[in-house]
Design a protein around this ligand. Structure first.
Ligand code: ADP
Ligand code: MG
Length: 243
C-alpha cells in the first residue's frame, strides 16, 4: 500500500500581468514509500499551495508530480481520490454541518460504487478510535478532536496510499493534538501510508516526520532528517533560525 511521491519543478503563479504573484518559484522533493515527510515554514510560505498542487485542487501549476511513478495529471479524478486524500486544519470547516458522520463516510463509497458499505463505515470509525454509536452524530455534537478523527476516517474510507496532512492538529488543544498525532502515527505503522505533513510546529516534525523540508517564500531552503532538530544541524541561516 506504500507509494512514493516525486514533486518535480512545481511552480505556480497567481494572477497575471503586473499583479501576478509567483507563490512557488519552483519546488522539488521526493518522498519514499511509507515515509512521513514534513513541510515547515512560516505562514504564507506556500506549504498549503504545495499540497493543493499535488492534489490537483488547483491545476494552474507547471512541473510534474509523480505518485508511484504515475503523473497526477494523467490520473482521472476517481483514481486520484483513491490514491491520495487530504486532511485539513479545521475539521469543523471541512465537515458539512447537516451531514451525520454516517453520511460523511458513506458518500465517497457511493460515488466510487463500493460495496459492503456498512462494514467499511464501521471499520473506518473504529479505526480512528470512535464508537460506532457516533455514526449518528452531527459535527456540532462532536469535540474538535472527535471531528478531526471523523475527517481522518473520511480520508481513510477509500483506502488511499498517500495522505496530505495540512496542519491537522493546529486547531486543537495541546492534549488533543498529541492524541491525533499518535493516531496518525499508529495508522502509518499499521498501513504503511506515505504522509506529507504540513506544519509550522517543529515539535510535530520531531514527533512524526522522518525528514522535513524548510520552506521560505515558496522555496525549499533545505531538506533535513528529523535527527537534525536536537543539535540544530541546519546549514541554511533561515532553517537554523526556525529550528
Ligand atoms: P502557507 O500554507 O505556508 O501558510 P499558502 O500556501 O496558503 O501558505 O500561501 C502562500 C502564499 O500564496 C500566500 O501569500 C497566499 O496569500 C498566496 N496565495 C495562496 N492562494 C492564492 C490564490 N488563489 N491567489 C493568490 N494568492 C494566493
Ligand atoms: Mg497553510
Amino acid at each position: 500500500m506504500s507509494v512514493s511521491i516525486e514533486v518535480r519543478d512545481v511552480s505556480i503563479t497567481f494572477g497575471s500581468g503586473p499583479t501576478a504573484v509567483k507563490v512557488l518559484p519552483t519546488v522539488t522533493f521526493s518522498v519514499a514509500p511509507g515515509e512521513c515527510f514534513g513541510l515547515v515554514g512560516e505562514s504564507g510560505s506556500g506549504k498549503s499551495t504545495v499540497l493543493r498542487c499535488i492534489s490537483m485542487l488547483t491545476d494552474i501549476w507547471t512541473g510534474d508530480v509523480l505518485i508511484g511513478g504515475r503523473s497526477v495529471r494523467d490520473m482521472p479524478l476517481i483514481e486520484r481520490c483513491r490514491t491520495l486524500q487530504m486532511v485539513f486544519q479545521d475539521p469543523y470547516g471541512s465537515l458539512h454541518p447537516r451531514q451525520s458522520v454516517r453520511t460523511v463516510l458513506n458518500e465517497p463509497l457511493v460515488i466510487h460504487k463500493l460495496g459492503d458499505r456498512e462494514e467499511r463505515i464501521r471499520k473506518a470509525i473504529t479505526d480512528v478510535g470512535l464508537p460506532v454509536s457516533f455514526l449518528d452524530r452531527f459535527p456540532h455534537q462532536l469535540s474538535g478532536g472527535q471531528r478531526q478523527r471523523v475527517a481522518i476516517a473520511r480520508a481513510l474510507i477509500l483506502e488511499p496510499s498517500l495522505l496530505l496532512l495540512d496542519e491537522p492538529t493546529s486547531a486543537l488543544d495541546v492534549s488533543v493534538q498529541a492524541e491525533i498525532l499518535n493516531l496518525l502515527q499508529r495508522l502509518r505503522e499499521e498501513r504503511g501510508f506515505t504522509y506529507i505533513m504540513v506544519t509550522h510546529d517543529l515539535a510535530v516534525v520531531d514527533h512524526m516526520c522522518d525528514r522535513f523540508a524548510v520552506m521560505l517564500r515558496g522555496e525549499i531552503t533545505e531538506v533535513l532528517p528529523r535527527e537534525a532538530i536536537p543539535g540544530n544541524q541546519a546549514t541554511h541561516a533561515y532553517a537554523r533560525e526556525l529550528i
